[in-house]
Design a binder for this molecule. Structure first.
Ligand code: ADP
Length: 446
């Protein structure tokens, strides 16, 4: 039969409580029996030993000390001669006759503990002093325990059953809340559902809080994913629409050679943009999912930066690239990824640079930290948009002449920086220029 945890806990706790109470009662009964038994035997021995010196023989006549009592502390004292004939003392009513003497050893005869001592007088005369005490009747005690047990056990059953049920309910209730929240989220009904247990230090509250944090992260990543898919399809749709429009137009009208060339140029530009976007998206996804891994090697970053800066084409804008590189800056990095990072920053600096402007590239190593800064005197970025330039597909202003941009360059820069255990920051003054700074530990590698 399938029972809920609540029922199982209640049943088990109740049974355990009952079992413990029964066990305690049982132990009490057996302990009290043996204690009582031991107590009566000690009583018998002590009393009898105390009496022995009070018994003597004067001129062949048995004498007892003054105030001698034959019944004391429940112990009967009886004196026999050496042949077993009764000399003095008091015999309990139901004590049998002719019980053998055993010197110094307690033995039990028909409901009595018996202890005998042989008391010698001279070399051939003696008497037997016998102590007799009734065996304690444990039936009364057993009855008392039985009554206590009969009352206590059902009472304990009710109390512990109720307590166990309350305990199980308070333990299981939060778990039920966790299950219902997880089910709602799992079935995709409501991603914003939270368990919302009161804050506490117990395991269940901590588990609830951990689940809530996990649900929040799931929701964020799901939303990001949704946003990303929407953005990606939107961004890819634009060049496709332009290409289709150009094709339609070329088919519909007879155009001059010059017009055809123009149309092809548009198609080529849009196709290149699309291909760049798809390439960047693929690489970012591979890096993100670990299908492409950074390959760290110890290399001279100064040399790499110098080569890349020197390769920059003297753009139509006539922008000058100036470098200030500390020599032989050795670090662990992925050469391809680091080149991509620098290339992206330089492309942006050129794309958003001014006519005959400047780009300054600075490389420094300070202790273990490497700083690589790319600064330009271009159009800059409005302060209120500085935080958003790291989002995928975000472009500050499409009207700013960045038709070739994809909005993926900086997210990739950030991703590569993170892969190198570093971070990249942007400072900018609109109309005056921007500065992108990468900082990463020289010895970092995975
Ligand atoms: P894009 O392909 O559009 O350049 P990025 O992710 O590289 O995409 O950059 C995002 C946006 O940040 C760009 O659209 C641009 O508006 C702004 N931006 C990036 N670098 C610079 C820069 N050096 N100067 C001015 N604006 C920049």
């Amino acid at each position: 039969m399938k029972r809920s945890i609540k029922q199982k806990l209640t049943i088990w706790i109740t049974l355990l409580m009952l079992l413990s109470v029964a066990l305690v009662l049982g132990i009490l009964v057996s302990v009290s029996n043996s204690v009582l038994m031991e107590h009566t035997e000690t009583q018998l021995e002590h009393t009898l030993r105390r009496k022995l010196p009070d018994i003597s023989k004067e001129n062949g006549k048995l004498t007892f000390a003054k105030g001698f009592s034959f019944v004391e502390n429940g112990v009967y004292t009886i004196v026999y001669d050496k042949s077993g004939a009764l000399l003095a003392g008091q015999i309990p009513l139901s004590f049998p006759d002719g019980v053998d003497f055993q010197n110094g050893a307690i033995h039990t005869v028909e409901g009595y503990h018996v202890l005998d001592f042989r008391l010698p007088f001279g070399w051939d005369d003696c008497v037997w002093v016998r102590g007799v005490i009734p065996v304690v009747n444990t039936d009364d005690i057993m009855d008392a325990f039985r009554v206590v047990g009969l009352v206590l056990l059902p009472l304990m059953g009710i109390v512990s059953g109720a307590g166990a049920y309350l305990l199980a309910r308070s333990t299981v209730c939060p778990i039920e809340r966790i299950i219902s929240a997880a089910e709602a989220i799992g079935e995709g009904r409501d991603l914003s559902r939270r368990i919302g247990l009161p804050v506490g230090q117990d395991e269940i509250s901590r588990m609830g809080a951990a689940f809530d944090r996990m649900f929040a992260r799931l929701e964020t990543s799901f939303e990001t994913e949704k946003q990303f898919t929407a953005d990606a399809s939107h961004e890819l749709r634009t060049p496709v629409a332009v290409i289709l429009a150009q094709c339609e137009e070329s088919k519909a009208h007879t155009m001059t050679e010059e017009e055809y060339e123009k149309a092809f140029a548009v198609v080529e530009r849009q196709a290149k943009r699309m291909s760049r976007m798809i390439g960047q998206l693929l690489q970012m996804t591979r890096l993100e999912q670990g299908t492409q891994q950074a390959v760290f090697e110890k290399a001279d970053l100064s040399a790499l930066v110098e080569v890349i800066c020197a390769e920059q084409p003297d753009s139509e804008k006539g922008i000058q690239v100036e470098t200030d590189l500390q020599e032989e800056v050795e670090a662990w990095f992925d050469v391809t990824l680091m080149s991509r990072l620098l290339q992206n920053l330089l492309n942006n600096a050129i794309r958003y640079g001014r006519q005959n402007g400047h780009i300054w590239v600075v490389l420094r190593k300070n202790g273990d930290e490497i700083t690589l800064a790319v600064r330009d005197d271009g159009i800059g970025i409005p302060t209120d948009q500085l935080d958003r330039i790291w989002q995928r597909f975000y472009q500050v202003d499409h009207a700013r002449g960045s038709e070739s941009g994809t909005g993926l360059g900086l997210p990739m820069v950030q991703q590569i920086a993170a892969l190198h255990g570093g971070q990249v920051t942007a400072d900018s003054i609109e109309g005056a220029g921007s500065c992108f700074t990468l900082r990463f530990p020289a010895a970092y590698r995975i």
